[in-house]
Ligand binder design. Structure first.
Ligand SMILES: [Zn+2]
Length: 109
């Protein structure tokens, strides 16, 4: 088996306790069987989340999804994001808004 990269990290106590609550010990039904798998799963979760969100137009860091915004008289619902690095707020078109009586056609571009 190929050798994987390995790192050692010093964690703040609060983060260590939070992590260990997710690891099975003494018959607890925590989600992960050991610390290694817990860290890998949590990092993968974060990676997927970052890759799923658009980049901040100001600094290029991933945006954190805050919610959906409906702007009156616009046929589109916007997803609202806040940059995880610089705090810049920005909107991205999310989906055509469905009105009573049917959804508008999805326009290209
Ligand atoms: Zn930013």
């Amino acid at each position: 088996m190929e050798e994987r990269p390995q790192i050692t990290v010093r964690l703040p106590d609060s983060l260590y306790r939070w992590l260990m609550e997710k690891v099975q010990s003494n018959g607890s039904n925590a989600p992960y069987p050991d610390v290694n798998q817990a860290i890998i799963a949590l990092l993968i979760k974060q990676k997927v989340q970052e890759e799923a969100t658009p980049a901040c137009p100001r600094c290029g860091s991933p945006g954190e999804w805050l919610g959906s915004v409906e702007i009156p008289d616009h046929a589109v619902v916007y997803a609202q994001y806040r940059c995880t690095r610089c705090g810049n707020g920005f909107l991205r078109p999310q989906a055509p808004r469905c009105r009573p009586g049917g959804c508008p056609e999805r326009s290209a571009g």
